[in-house]
Write a new protein. Structure first.
Ligand code: SD4
Length: 332
């Protein structure tokens, strides 16, 4: 794995103090960009880009982006039309974060179309970082959010069909297989400004037909998302338990802080999961997506099939297949 010059110098000087003070003499201009997980991230990036163009902040942009799949009824995504837990309740997890230590999250929230916006209110209006379940619901109502029935007839029919066998087996890359029985459309979205400032959001209905009360990696700081000023941001998708076990996004950001490029940092975290879990993850999917404060992007997954969308300053979006432990061959 390649260390960047900055990382090598910082570590060569020895110790945390040296790492903290190691700054390039003149800071190169960052490449502003928006990145998000999966093919459907392209539409989210478009909304985030439009919000930035309209004068919104990076936080406004990632919130606007996250709201796109939350409200999309054409897939069994987070929010409206999401697949329920095994008792028939659609439960939502979301987190939003800037690079100044401001974080807000909700977990196991029911009946609200935009959990990411409730998470933002947790960040802005409370001294806390996360509210869950009934308390999160009460807070959302107090904040003026209105309830919506999220379980559509289609999602309910899929749940009733699933109940016949009640077999719980996550399907790798179901995010890109619309209509699959275990479809789950987590979006992680990260934005970097031309000044190197960063923000991120992550929102999901989690694993379809999960046990009631199950919370995944997505809303947990350092698991589904982490943003750190002057270093970078990372987000995760796939089997949340495998990400939570290793505080995945925090690990990716730490590696970037130590000097790894975004792709090397994602690769390192994926290798760690594979080594730690062996056969338990042989068919499971986990993908990490990261940017650093220079606006460099990288992603890596356990299995082929993880994709991510990148939107540049001109608003051009490309969707790329991430490298994985089983191919395709990684590119820089
Ligand atoms: C979870 N990590 O709740 C989420 C699921 C996911 O695309 O990423 N789906 O485990």
């Amino acid at each position: 794995m390649r260390m960047s010059r900055r990382g090598a110098i910082a570590i060569g000087l020895g110790g945390a103090a040296a790492i903290a003070s190691a700054k390039p003499a003149t800071r190169p201009k960052s490449r502003a960009l928006i990145v998000s997980t999966w093919d459907f991230g392209a539409a989210a990036n478009d909304a985030a880009y439009a919000r930035l163009q309209a004068g919104g902040s990076l936080l406004d942009a990632v919130e606007a982006g996250a709201k796109v799949p939350e409200a999309d009824p054409s897939n069994h995504s987070v929010g409206y039309s999401g697949y329920p837990d095994r008792e028939g309740h659609v439960t939502l997890d979301a987190i939003i974060m800037d690079d100044r230590g401001n974080v807000g999250a909700v977990a196991a929230l029911e009946d609200f179309m935009h959990p990411i916006s409730v998470a933002r209110r947790v960040m802005e209006k409370t001294p806390h970082t996360m509210l869950v379940g009934e308390g999160a619901r009460q807070f959302a109502l107090e904040q003026g959010f209105t309830t919506t029935r999220l379980l559509t007839p289609e999602a309910e029919a899929a749940w009733r069909e699933w109940l016949k066998t009640s077999e719980y087996k996550p399907v790798a890359n179901s995010e890109n297989l619309r209509g699959s029985a275990l479809d789950h459309d987590t979006i992680g979205i990260l934005a970097c400004g031309a000044d190197g400032r960063l923000a991120g959001a992550c929102t999901t209905s989690g694993m379809a037909f999960k046990l009631r009360g199950r919370i995944g990696d997505s809303p947990q700081s350092g698991c589904g998302l982490l943003v750190e000023a002057a270093v970078g941001a990372a987000t995760a998708t796939g089997v949340g338990e495998e990400v939570t076990r290793i505080a995945g996004s925090a690990r990716v950001v730490s590696s970037m802080r130590a000097g790894l490029s975004p792709i090397d940092a994602c690769h390192e975290a994926i290798l760690h999961i594979a080594k730690l879990r062996g056969d338990a993850v042989k068919d499971a999917q986990v993908g990490f997506l990261a940017i650093n404060s220079l606006g460099e992007v990288g992603a890596y997954a356990l299995q082929p099939g993880f994709t991510y969308a990148v939107t540049d300053t001109a608003g051009r979006t490309t969707v790329t297949a991430a490298a994985s432990l089983k191919g395709p061959v990684r590119t820089r």
